[in-house]
Design a binder for this molecule. Structure first.
Ligand SMILES: Cc1ncc(COP(=O)(O)O)c(C=O)c1O
Length: 382
C-alpha cells in the first residue's frame, strides 16, 4: 500500500470499492435483530435474485466464498454419494477436496489447465461414473477460463445430475441465468464483482436442490442451509448476521445494477476484450484458450526471460498497482490481470501503461511503447 492509500487492485478479489460502499462500511453498526437489518437483508435478497436470475431465495452466509462451496456440498449430500468434479484449475480442484472431506466418492474429470471443459467429455464422465451430482467452476479464476456452463448444464440435466456451480468470480461479469439454464446450486462471493470486502458468500438453490437438502445426511451446524432458509422467512439470520457487510452490499448492488445485470456483463465483456487486445499488442500470449477467455480475469504467459513474480513486485513497488500471480501448479508461470468489479477505463489503461514500463524494464522490449495502451483504448473508447 502506498502512503496515499491509493493502490490499484487489479487482482481477482478483493476488488476496489467505490466511495459509496466505503461510506456504508463506516456507518454506525446496528444489531442483527433489528428492523434495519431485516430491511437491508430483504433488499439485498431481492437484488441478489436479480443477479442470480432466479426465483429462489439466495442465502447470504457470513463466510468467504469457500464457505458457500462447503455449504453446497455438505447440505446436498450424504457420505458415500458419488459426485463428478470437473477440474479445469485450482478452484475446480477445491470442489474435489471439499467433497472428499465430506466422505463423498469423487470422480474427477481433469482438464488441462488453461482449457475449458468439453461438454461431450462431461457427458461421458457422467455416464461412466454414475455420479448423482456434478460440481464445476463457472469462471476459473486461476486460469482465466470461463467454462461453457450452459452446455455443461444441458448435459447434467440430461443425466438428471444435481449441478453445483462455483460462480464466485463469474457472477455479474458473465452470463449465468440460473433458472433459465436449469442450474441447481450456484455459489457467489462478496469480494469479487460485488465490490465489497471479503466476508459474504451467496448460495442459491433450485427446488430440486432443496429436496436433495431435505434428504441429505452429511453433518452441518453453522452451514445448515435449512436453518438459514427458515430464518430468512423472517428476514433475519440463524446466527449473528454480518450487518455492516449486508448494508454495504445493498449500496453496492444498487450502484452495480443501475444499468441492469446486462449492463454489468457488457462492461466486463468490453474490459476483457480491451485487456486481451492490449496484451496481444505488447507481444504477450494469453495462457488461456482464447475461445474461452474470461472477462473477469486475464491470465498471461510472461515473455521469455521475464520472471512474472519479479515483474509484479516491480509494478507494486513503483506504481502501487497489483496484479495476481499463478496459483498452485501455475505458481511462477503466469500472471493475471483482473478486470472484475468497479474498475474504470482510466484505471485499466493506467494499469496497462505501467505494465508496459515494467515489462520493458525487465527486458521485454519487442513492442512499441504505448502499443498495448493504444490497442486497449480503441476498444474502451469505442
Ligand atoms: C472461482 C473461485 N472459487 C472459489 C474462490 C474461493 O473464494 P474465497 O477465497 O472467498 O473463499 C475464489 C476466490 O478467489 C474463486 O475465484
Amino acid at each position: 500500500m502506498n502512503r496515499y492509500e491509493s493502490d490499484l487492485l487489479l487482482i481477482p478479489g478483493p476488488t476496489p470499492m467505490p466511495p459509496a460502499v466505503m461510506r456504508a462500511l463506516s456507518e454506525p453498526a446496528h444489531g442483527h435483530r433489528t428492523p434495519q437489518f431485516s430491511k437491508n437483508l430483504e433488499s439485498v435478497t431481492g437484488r441478489l435474485k436479480e443477479v442470480f436470475r432466479t426465483e429462489s431465495d439466495v442465502i447470504v452466509l457470513a463466510s468467504s466464498g469457500t464457505g458457500g462451496m462447503e455449504a453446497a456440498i455438505a447440505n446436498a449430500h450424504s457420505p458415500g454419494d458419488k459426485i463428478l468434479v470437473v477440474e479445469i484449475g485450482a478452484f475446480g480442484r477445491r470442489w474435489a477436496e471439499i467433497a472428499e472431506g465430506y466422505g463423498l466418492e469423487v470422480a474427477r474429470l481433469e482438464v488441462e489447465w488453461g482449457k475449458a471443459a468439453d461438454p461431450a467429455a462431461v457427458d461421458e464422465a457422467l455416464a461412466s461414473s454414475g455420479a448423482g451430482s456434478i460440481a464445476f467452476t463457472h469462471n476459473e479464476t486461476s486460469t482465466g477460463v470461463t467454462n461453457p456452463t450452459q452446455a455443461i448444464l444441458e448435459v447434467a440435466n440430461k443425466h438428471g445430475a444435481l449441478s453445483i456451480i462455483d460462480a464466485i468470480s463469474g457472477l455479474m461479469a458473465s452470463e449465468l441465468p440460473m433458472d433459465e439454464w436449469g442450474a441447481d446450486i450456484v455459489v457467489g462471493g462478496s469480494q469479487k464483482a460485488f465490490a465489497i470486502p471479503p466476508g459474504l458468500a451467496f448460495v442459491a438453490l433450485s427446488d430440486r436442490a432443496w429436496k436433495a437438502v431435505e434428504s441429505a445426511t452429511s453433518p452441518t451446524y453453522y452451514f445448515d442451509l435449512m436453518a438459514m432458509r427458515k430464518s430468512l422467512e423472517k428476514w433475519t439470520t440463524a446466527y449473528t448476521g454480518a450487518t455492516t457487510l449486508v448494508r454495504a452490499l445493498d449500496v453496492a448492488l444498487e450502484l452495480l445494477l443501475a444499468d441492469g445485470l446486462e449492463g454489468s456483463i457488457e462492461t466486463h465483456r468490453r474490459r476483457g476484450e480491451a485487456v486481451r487486445a492490449g496484451i496481444d499488442a505488447m507481444g504477450l500470449k494469453l495462457f488461456s484458450d482464447p475461445a474461452h477467455a474470461s472477462d473477469s480475469v486475464t491470465a498471461v504467459l510472461p515473455p521469455d526471460g521475464v520472471d512474472p513474480d519479479a515483474m509484479r513486485k516491480d509494478l507494486a513497488q513503483r506504481f502501487s498497482i497489483h496484479m495476481a500471480g499463478g496459483q498452485k501448479d501455475l505458481k511462477g508461470k503466469i500472471f493475471r490481470i483482473a478486470h472484475l468489479g468497479v474498475i474504470e477505463p482510466y484505471q485499466l489503461l493506467g494499469g496497462l501503461a505501467c505494465l508496459e514500463i515494467v515489462l520493458r524494464a525487465q527486458g521485454h522490449t519487442a513492442f512499441e511503447p504505448g502499443a498495448g495502451v493504444a490497442a486497449a483504448s480503441q476498444i474502451l473508447g469505442g
